[in-house]
Ligand binder design. Structure first.
Ligand code: NAD
Length: 495
């Protein structure tokens, strides 16, 4: 069986041990992925450290030229890449293309790195003294990424990290690693010197070796909250700069004045797109008033029944399979739990069967009504095609409900009322907010990040925050005394 290898110093490296990679639509194991360990990480560090001095000293404009070529290669190879993504993740080809395009936006932003790295300058801060600050790369930095955006989330990280002059070690998800390896090869084709980007495959052992290695100066992580929290603690304790983005429970509030048809249509995509396996998926609709709830449910039920569910690689599907059998069983467990807790399952996708794909990990769209905050299906991230309707009495109650939730990644308000929208945007304790925009994922020249237990660390992902995350500021004061000046000792603090 084909092994998805490590990529170290511009070369494929096989491993004695491997992990299975399945096609979620058929349930079959289609490839193996190398399972790394501390030795693999050590090899990647040697390559990344060796490449760093020359890459750091490469002018930013030359580093940007690699990014321009890389962007073109990503576009030229997009069909092949989305096929790999869809085959291993299960999402539809269109959705995979969407993630790739959003990923490419980050490469475009990184092309502007000479401008982004411009420092600050002050003339004559004291007699004959000029001062400036500039931004220098950290050294070897690492990224650890989740299964659900196998191309886009890594693209949030390494284009800016390497454009800023760092060298990078990426640990992709072991569930869908093929596209990352294909992209690393494209970077080599774009002219990136060997060792500037390295890919180490595997699971926990690989991650822990990265966190503990003193040579690695910073770690970007995206994944579930329990792992994000432990990565933040372990990486920070080892003296690294860490940003760790975690899970979510994204609420949409539907006010009585909202265009319910529009809300229902956009919620279909936001809740069931990618089978709900998105950190920005809407998983709770908080309807203000029973009338809004009843109308929303009535509008959504037929749409959920009409969802086209099947292999993501087949054209025309709305929704593909969940990533693994274990994850499908976890999602089914939540649905059972919701029913047992007394929530009303008004659309039930549990018994779906896809002809010819009976062993695929499919779950159909599910809609729960009468969900209350004490239920597990409300409190925890399900990460599947399950939308919960909670009924609230007022906008203030809905805002208070969201603010009390442990997660704070994304949220949205459906309304025609500008005053309500302004109050919501102002008071909501969530990092990314949409007004009639259900998936308010910032474009690449803004930054992405949640609040509360959706992000551990200070700086958000990509955009301007990424420039700050992957560099450190140096402040320089300079004076060139003229030859006729006589110097004397000064013992008071310079002012
Ligand atoms: P995950 O936490 O299981 O895995 C993420 C990464 O951590 C993978 O590379 C995995 O190999 C590694 N990992 C897993 N267990 C580990 C352990 N015990 N120790 C060290 N490393 C470990 O997440 P996932 O299932 O791949 O992805 C889905 C999760 O990611 C969801 O919770 C989703 O909300 C979250 N996510 C968040 C964002 C965001 O921007 N906030 C974006 C995408 C996904």
């Amino acid at each position: 069986m084909q092994q998805i290898t490590h990529w170290i110093n511009g070369e494929h490296l096989t491993a004695a041990r491997s992990l299975p990679v399945s096609n979620p639509s058929t349930g079959e194991t289609i490839r193996d992925v190398a399972d790394g360990d501390a030795d693999t990480v050590a090899q990647a560090i040697v390559a990344a450290e060796a490449a760093f001095p020359a890459w750091r000293d490469t002018p930013p404009a030359k580093r940007a030229q690699v990014m321009y070529r890389f962007k073109q290669l990503l576009e030229d190879n997009s069909e092949r890449l989305v096929q790999l993504i869809s085959e291993e993740h299960g999402k539809t080809l269109e959705d995979a293309m969407g993630e790739l395009k959003r990923g490419i936006e980050n490469v475009e932003y990184a092309c502007g790195v000479p401008e982004l790295l411009k420092g600050e300058y002050s003339h004559n801060t004291g007699p004959g003294i000029d001062a400036w600050s500039n931004f220098q790369p950290l050294g070897v930095v690492a990224g650890i990424t989740p299964f659900n955006f196998p191309a886009m989330v890594p693209l949030w990280m390494y284009p800016m990290a390497i454009a800023c002059g760092n060298t990078f070690i990426l640990k992709p998800s072991e569930k869908d690693p093929s596209s990352v390896l294909a992209v690393a090869e494209l970077l080599a084709e774009a002219g990136l010197p060997n060792g500037v980007i390295n890919v180490v495959q595997g699971g926990r052992a690989t991650v822990e070796a990265l966190l503990d290695a003193p040579a690695i100066k910073a770690v970007s992580f995206v994944g579930s909250t329990p792992i994000a929290e432990s990565i933040y603690a372990r990486g920070s304790a080892a003296g690294k700069r860490v940003q760790a983005l975690g899970g979510a429970k994204n609420h949409a509030i539907v006010l009585p004045d909202a265009d319910i048809d529009n809300a229902a249509n956009t919620l279909m995509g936001a809740a069931f797109g990618s089978a709900g396996e998105r950190c920005m998926a809407i998983s709770v609709a908080v309807c203000v008033g029973d009338d809004a709830a009843d109308r929303l449910i009535e509008a959504m039920q037929p749409k959920i029944a009409a969802l086209k569910i099947g292999p993501g690689t087949e054209k025309g599907m709305d929704m593909g399979a969940l990533v693994t059998a274990e994850h499908r069983d976890k999602v089914l467990g939540y649905i059972e739990d919701g029913v047992a807790a007394g929530a009303k399952l008004v659309a039930d996708g549990r018994d779906i069967s896809v002809p010819g794909h009976e062993n695929g990990f499919f779950v159909g769209g599910c809609l729960f009504d009468q969900v209350t905050p004490d239920m597990r299906i409300y409190q925890e991230e399900i990460f599947g095609p399950v939308l919960c309707v909670v009924r609230a009495d007022s906008l203030d109650d809905a805002i208070a409900l969201i603010n009390a939730h442990e997660y704070g990644n994304g949220t949205c308000l459906f309304t025609r009322d500008g005053e309500a929208a302004r109050r919501f945007a102002d008071q909501i304790e969530v990092g990314m907010v949409g007004i009639n925009v259900p998936l308010p994922v910032p474009v690449a020249y803004h930054s992405f990040g949640g609040w509360k237990r959706s992000l551990f660390g200070d700086l958000h992902a990509y955009g301007p925050d990424a420039v700050r995350f992957y560099t450190r500021r140096k402040a320089i004061s300079q004076r060139w005394p003229s030859s006729f000046e006589t110097s004397h000792a000064e013992f008071s603090f310079p002012s």
